[in-house]
Structures are given as structure tokens and as C-alpha cells.
Design a protein around this ligand. Sequence first.
Ligand SMILES: Nc1ncnc2c1ncn2[C@@H]1O[C@H](COP(=O)(O)OP(=O)(O)OP(=O)(O)O)[C@@H](O)[C@H]1O
Ligand SMILES: [Mg+2]
Length: 284
Amino acid sequence: MKAFSVEKLHYKYPNSKEDTIKGISFDIKEGEIFGLLGPSGAGKSTTQKILIKLLEGYSGNIQYFGKDLKAIGNSFYEEVGVGFEMPVHFSKMTALENMKFFSGFYKKIANVQELMERVGLWEHRNVRVGNYSKGMKVRLNFVRAMLNNPRVLFIDEVTNGLDPKNARIVKDIISEYRNQGGTVFLSTHLMNDVEQLCDRIAFCVNGNLYDVSTPRDLKLKYGKREVKIEYKEEKETASAVFPLEGIGMNDAFQNILKSKEIETIHSGETSMEDIFIIVTGGVQ
Ligand SMILES: Nc1ncnc2c1ncn2[C@@H]1O[C@H](COP(=O)(O)OP(=O)(O)OP(=O)(O)O)[C@@H](O)[C@H]1O
Ligand SMILES: [Mg+2]
């Protein structure tokens, strides 16, 4: 089942001259984490805003679980959870008061205490959000996105501004949510999020989409397929690179293995960061 099916989506902001989204097509399958990657200004947040019905007046076709998105009423907001890239809270209210306020919009509510405990905010629940640190606001923003136990979760730059430990906690919650059947649309330019979370990704550059694929397939496509070996040579570290193709029959490689003290061996894994630069750099 497809959670979203997007075909030939175009969007132009009323005050801009050209289309910001230039005819993109992609699907988000139910139960997957779909990542939209791309440089600043590419159109990631705009795409998210269209999918959550915040921006209207697009052309093309968007289906949400088989129904035209334009024909779906306010029940849509019961089903989706949204984390905006800029946290939006009432700074004079405490964190818990904020969550109670936003919970008021929904019929079914997640366990707020449990969520706040997991992201380390329960003990700070009675602090005014204006006195929260940046990372605390980001975590609260995430709790807000999960408040209605959504069927589809939209998160824009979800770990931006979080330290590694808190980023891991948030990513674990997102993975668990997916493992329990949830669907996630994540937009980011942080490659760590992508590697650790996404089932499939697409690159968004200048309003177009490229390479909708799994992170693994992208690595195979752009990966260097070579082996780098570092070894001791007269008390110094020497290194050599061999093609992975036919490595078992490569005499020079075998000789090093047999005769030298090996320090490291790595296959030429191209990182997602390299791939990001190759894909987004090559098309602009
Ligand atoms: N309200 C608006 N009116 C006119 N143009 C806009 C508006 N919001 C965004 N844009 C433009 O649309 C383009 C895409 O912006 P968008 O916010 O979707 O980028 P993004 O991929 O999310 O970037 P970032 O990684 O910086 O968050 C940019 O050129 C931006 O200036
Ligand atoms: Mg954005």
C-alpha cells in the first residue's frame, strides 16, 4: 500500500517568478522511512508543506492512501504528525502546558509523559519553553509531532541542533515507530540521519528529484569498488589500493597479505556524504 503517490508535482510560490517544485514524482510506501535529501533551498520543506496540505495551488496529482489529497478534509490532521524545521511553541507557557494545548486538537493522544521521559524533558516539564535550550526545543518539537500517534510522521531536519546522544534517542523512537507500522517522510541534509534511518531516499536539487533508491543501492552505484590496504614497511606505514574485481587472484595484493604486517584493510565504501556531493554537485 502506498501512503503517498506523487505525480508530476509542480509548485510556484505566489510571489516568485519560476516554479520552486518542477514536476517531481515519487511514492512513499506505508511502513517505510522515506528521506528527501538535498542542499539548502532545494525545495524539501516546500514539498513537505504541500504533502501536509499547508500549501495549496499545486499542479500534478497527489494521492494519500489512494485518495486525492485535495479531496481529503480535516480528518487528515488526525492522522499525520508534523515536525516543522523551526520549532514553534508558546515561550511563556511551560513545556507540559504547550503539549496539553496542542493535544487539545486531537481525538487520540499518545502518552505524553512517556514521550517526554524518553527525550529527557519530563523533569523539565514545568519550565517555560522560553527558557529551554535550543536542543530542548528541538526535542519538544519532536514530541509535538508524535502527540497524536500519527499514521504518517513528517519531520523536517529532526535532529538538527541535537547532540549525538539525543539525536540517537530521537532516531531510535523513529525506527521503533516505523517497525510498528508507521510511515515517515523525513527531509534533511544530515547524512547521519539518512544512513541510520532511511529505507529509501531521493535527492532534491533545484526543484527536481534524482536517484530515488535505497542507501545501499546508491552506495553500490557510486561506490568505488576497491580495497585500500595499509601495512608496515620498514617501520613506516605504506598503503596500496587494488580493484575489488578479481582481488582473490591479484598477486600484488596476495603478496602484501602474505609478507607484510597489515594495519588496516578497507573496501572503497563511498560515504553518503560523497554521494550527496556527487549527485547534487553534478546536476546544478
Ligand atoms: N514563502 C515563500 N515564498 C517564496 N519563496 C519561498 C518561500 N518559501 C521558500 N521559498 C523558496 O523556495 C525555495 C525552496 O525552499 P525550501 O524551504 O523548500 O528549501 P529546503 O530544501 O527546505 O532548504 P533548507 O535545507 O535550507 O531547509 C527556496 O529558493 C526558497 O527561497
Ligand atoms: Mg527546509
